[in-house]
Design a protein around this ligand. Structure first.
Ligand code: FNR
Length: 354
């Protein structure tokens, strides 16, 4: 089943193994460069069904670090065109994750250090969030967003989606997981607002619903709208599976086609039970309750495990992160492991028999 096509409304993903978005912290002023072309291109050469580009900020202040990619200005479109064209030339589907890091923005590149810069430091800026509470203890507090600023960010997501379409991406994924801005609105552990964007479930999901509506309006016939959520905060009183299911029903009615189910990231008090495929049960619960096309992600590391997830109907496809960094041609390897004959790039065929 891993190698069966996944038909969506407007296009078909050639198999069910998708590259999960992974930040490279290697852009300058948000612009893609040859690293991103080589990095994303290698997965398409290796026959990944779709390749989702890393969290790409809709505003400069929405970057996790100053090395994040961005789509807040038109100039950033052109270098991405080369990447999407190459991915398509290999028969794969190019996707992009649009993001805003909210209170978790303004950090250093992870290999340098994880500290958050203060607004007045080089590489730092004032962060924003639904409520003025920092994620990192002793770090600077985010500025609480005004209603006008919230509306402006909804517009920023739409503008970035329009640019993503011009850049040639077919999958537009909204990053509503891992404790970044949209998730900060969803979670009662981060959102203490008393206006129409906080408090009740309806109010906490409003920001995401508004983004979905405005992004959907600029997508055309060759696109698909996906949303990644954290299905649980792994913390008492936080966002959880039941709220996720309710949210997905709403998103489905607004035209979201695919859910990508992750978990955690909202608060430092989280207690995660990590293990092989530990997030798959959340994907299954959401798929079964809503019927939406659902991807499972997280510690899915071998072909047999991935195959079993699909055979059991636990998810419709898998997203793979770190295993692709270890082996960008993982799909070719997994086809060999499962003894499924798939077409290799002709340039690599002499290695197929080995
Ligand atoms: C990530 N992850 C991630 N997730 C996301 O939604 N947007 C992102 O930009 C990133 N960036 C990122 C960078 C790096 C280097 C890693 C390793 C991970 C999480 C990733 O997409 C995936 O959900 C997790 O890594 C779990 O899957 P694996 O790695 O166990 O297959």
């Amino acid at each position: 089943m891993l190698f069966e096509p996944l038909p969506l409304k407007n296009f078909v993903i050639p198999n069910r193994i998708v590259v999960s978005p992974m930040c490279q912290y290697t852009a300058e002023h948000g612009y893609a460069n040859s690293w991103h072309l080589a990095h994303l291109g290698q997965f398409a050469i290796g026959r990944a069904g779709a390749v989702i580009q890393e969290a790409t900020a809709v505003r400069p202040e929405g970057r996790i670090s100053y090395g994040d990619m961005g789509l807040w200005e038109d100039g950033q479109i052109e270098p991405l065109r080369e990447i999407t064209a190459f991915i398509k030339s290999q028969g794969s589907i190019p996707g992009i994750q649009l993001a805003h890091a909210g209170r978790k923005a303004s950090t250093d590149k992870p290999w340098i250090g994880k500290n958050q810069f203060k607004p007045n430091e080089e590489h730092g800026w004032q962060t924003v969030a639904p409520s003025p509470i920092p994620y990192y203890p002793n770090e600077h507090a985010p500025k609480e967003l005004t209603i006008a600023e919230i509306k402006d960010l909804v517009q920023a997501f739409q503008d970035a989606a329009r640019r993503a379409v011009l850049a040639g991406f077919q999958i537009i994924e909204l990053h509503a997981a891992h404790g970044y801005l949209i998730h900060q609105f969803l979670s009662p552990l981060c959102n203490f607002r008393t206006d129409e964007y906080g408090g009740s479930f309806d109010n906490r999901i409003r920001f995401l619903e508004e983004i979905v509506r405005s992004v959907k309006a600029v997508l055309g016939d060759s696109h698909s709208l996906w949303v990644r959520i954290s299905a649980t905060d792994w913390a008492a009183g936080g966002w959880d599976e039941n709220q996720s299911i309710e949210l997905v029903k709403r998103l489905q009615s607004l035209g979201v086609e695919v859910m990508d189910i992750s978990s955690g990231g909202a608060v430092r008090e989280q207690r995660i039970n990590v293990g092989p495929g530990y997030q798959v049960p959340f994907a299954t619960a959401i798929k079964k309750s809503t019927g939406i096309v659902t991807g499972a992600v997280g510690l899915i590391t071998n072909a047999g495990q991935a195959q079993e997830i699909l055979e059991q109907g636990a998810a419709d496809f898998v997203l793979i992160g770190r295993s692709f960094l270890r082996n960008p041609h993982l799909v070719l390897q997994w086809a060999k492991d499962l003894d499924v004959p798939i077409a290799w790039p002709v340039q690599y065929e002499r290695a197929k028999a080995q």
